[in-house]
Design a protein around this ligand. Structure first.
Ligand code: F6P
Ligand code: MN
Length: 323
């Protein structure tokens, strides 16, 4: 089985980018260990105690954020980072070539129930004309991403990674300590009969989404002419992983539940990296009105409606929005 560096070299990835990705993965291996310790991580997790002071009582998402931030800034090739756990961007090397934005522990409420969680990351080119301290560095569309991936902390720890040459899946070999290529190319089937959405928000959705899901629920007797199954992991990383493995549609649509927060998922470190992975696996990703990776962000923590997965099903859903 192939290790990650030769695969990335074969894909023509810049050597600095390869070492940055490997550094992120080193932190994820450590997070994987902490996560596997579960409740014990807070009191016993002391592997990096000498690096990070007073961390032993911290929650896993805070520990994951500190681990990632520290190792990424130490690489020297990163100009700034932006994290779900940080209000502001954090400057690194003013001459760094890259920007990294990440969700250190997606689905973190799942930690309480020992269920799926993961780390999502996205790498963008740094802008030479802007200072490292300038958050404007990050306001680039998803189509500018150089690499994107997630590490899923499940029964096995898996990595989905793209550098724009397809989406590959790797599995962490805990005996040797590295990620090994286990699926050369993820391929999302064009058609599906599986959807993932938080149905409890149904009455708050826009009419287009209400109509689309209502038609799926009618099954064989309805306009779609087939029975659909439903799944909801409550961690985007878990739902997107299922979509990469066997197809499906995943949606977190706009809703009116909280007028101050019409959209839930974050563009920069959730929607964009997942969209890159999904598109590179032959799927599609949209807000219902436009391609997610075309959006030019105005804020590093901006939220967006997300509809992604099997191409034909996403196209069908988008058609309801265009009516
Ligand atoms: O990061 C936000 C998130 O945890 C996603 O990972 C997940 O898809 C969603 O929120 C779950 O939302 P809800 O609480 O509505 O099920
Ligand atoms: Mn998240």
């Amino acid at each position: 089985m192939r290790r990650i560096s030769p695969v990335l070299q074969q894909d023509g990835v810049d050597s600095d980018l390869i070492s940055l990705i490997k550094t992120i993965l080193a932190a994820c291996r450590e997070i994987s260990f902490r996560v596997s310790q579960g409740e014990l991580a807070g009191v016993l997790g002391s592997t990096l105690a000498e690096n990070i002071q007073g961390e032993t009582q911290k929650k896993l998402d805070v520990i994951a954020n500190e681990l990632l931030k520290e190792v990424i800034l130490e690489t020297g090739v990163v100009k700034a980072i932006s994290s779900e756990e940080e209000d502001d961007t954090v400057a690194g090397n003013p001459h760094g070539k890259y920007l990294v934005t990440f969700d250190p522990l997606d689905g973190s409420s799942n930690t309480d129930i020992n269920s799926l969680i993961g780390t999502i990351f996205s790498i963008l080119p740094a802008k030479a004309e802007l200072a490292a301290e300038d958050a404007g560095q990050f306001l680039q569309p998803g189509s500018a991403q150089l690499a994107a991936g997630y590490v899923l902390y499940g029964p096995s720890t898996m990595l989905a990674l793209t550098t724009g040459k397809g989406t590959r899946l790797y599995t962490l070999d805990k005996t040797y300590g590295g990620f090994l290529l286990t699926a050369e190319q993820a391929a999302i089937p064009k058609y599906t009969a599986e959807f993932a959405i938080n149905m409890s928000n149904q009455r708050y959705w826009q009419p287009a989404m209400q109509a689309y899901i209502a038609d799926l629920l009618q099954g064989k007797e309805g306009p779609r002419g087939k029975n659909y199954n439903m799944r909801w992991i409550a961690a985007m990383v878990g739902d997107v992983h299922r979509v990469l493995c066997r197809g499906g549609i995943f949606a977190y649509p706009r809703d009116s539940k909280d007028p101050h927060k019409p959209d839930k998922l974050r563009l920069m470190y959730e929607a964009n990296p997942m969209s890159f992975l999904v598109e590179q696996a032959g799927g599609m990703s949209s807000t219902g009105y436009e391609r997610i990776m075309d959006i030019v962000p105005t804020d590093i923590h901006q939220r967006v409606a997300v509809i992604l997965g099997s191409k034909h099903e996403v196209e069908s859903c988008v058609a309801y929005h265009q009516r």
